[in-house]
Design a protein around this ligand. Structure first.
Ligand code: ATP
Ligand code: IP8
Length: 263
């Protein structure tokens, strides 16, 4: 197996959907981000990309409702959340193929991953097989089977897992904020932006703050996850997703609006 320089892109659910409004898509933002990726792919065909997207309003509210009603993800919640995530994924894939000319192939995480004692385990050979053929695999935050029944496997966790196991150079987290701040900038507009840091410098004081509909943890979880999975030697970019051209700039160089965190 020969994987060329690999970058993992996680399109945040809060960028491509309006998280508070169920089944709402930010179509123009999504199309622009995919076009930027398509342009990058055409200019740098030697580089590999795995595309991951979050659940946003197609995932989090459904799981939250279910857990508050039944205390767990029931069989019927598993089916309806899987269906909802597949709907969002089909839109991302169709735009990728038909608008951005990305040879996208979906790999539903629930078909390759499970969770045991809280730890994910994924069979990545379908991802590798797609990369080897020059395709762009698309994965997403999903519901998966676990030793406790059903659990959410977030797109952030998948990004870290794939980055670690396939030896990625970079993870780009495309978010609805323009970088990593000392505290949640939505709650504290005076919070200072951290443009570049080692993960150990920021992990202790970045505020753990997540919105009410987020069942997988916000910015803090994004950063801790890499530490928990023992990832080292990776550059992580927090990329402002609402700024035109910014994903393309972040893919091409370190000159973008956002933050860099070294692992
Ligand atoms: P999803 O899980 O749906 O894919 P996402 O990847 O788009 O979501 P979140 O998990 O919601 O993103 O994380 C981004 C959010 O984290 C921002 O909207 C911001 O409000 C919040 N946040 C909390 N702490 C910080 C911080 N210190 N710096 C920047 N953002 C922060
Ligand atoms: O948005 C969550 O994935 P994330 C997926 O990447 C579900 O955290 C089903 C809530």
């Amino acid at each position: 197996m020969k994987i060329r320089p690999l970058k993992i892109i996680k399109l945040g659910g809060s960028v491509i959907t309006v998280k508070e409004i169920r089944w709402s898509i930010r179509r123009e933002v999504l199309l622009r981000l995919l076009r930027e990726l398509g342009t990058y792919r055409e200019e740098f065909p030697e580089n590999q990309v795995v595309l991951i997207h979050g659940g946003g309003s197609f995932g989090h509210p459904l799981v939250k409702d279910c857990v508050s009603r039944y205390g767990k993800i029931t069989e019927s919640c598993y089916i309806s959340t899987a269906d909802s995530m597949d709907t969002l994924n089909a839109i991302v894939r169709k735009y990728s193929i038909n608008v951005a000319r990305i040879p996208a192939i979906s790999i539903p995480p629930r078909t390759i991953c499970s969770i045991s004692s809280g730890s994910p385990r994924c069979r990545l050979d379908p991802v590798v097989a797609a990369l080897e053929r020059g395709f762009t695999p698309i994965l997403y935050g999903d519901v998966v089977t676990s030793d406790r029944g059903f659990e959410v496997l977030s797109g952030d966790t998948l990004a870290w897992y794939i980055a670690r196991d396939l030896g990625a150079l970079e993870i780009l987290f495309v978010t609805d904020v323009d970088g990593l701040y000392e505290r949640d900038p939505k709650l504290d507009p005076n919070a200072q932006k951290i443009t570049e840091a080692l993960v150990d410098e920021v992990i202790n004081y970045v505020a753990a703050s997540s919105s009410t509909v987020d069942v997988t943890g916000g910015m803090m979880k994004k950063l801790i996850e890499g530490k928990l999975l023992g990832v080292r030697g990776i550059k992580v970019k927090i990329v402002g997703g609402f700024i035109e051209g910014n994903l393309y700039s972040a893919l091409k160089s370190d000159n973008f609006v956002g933050s860099i965190v070294w692992y």
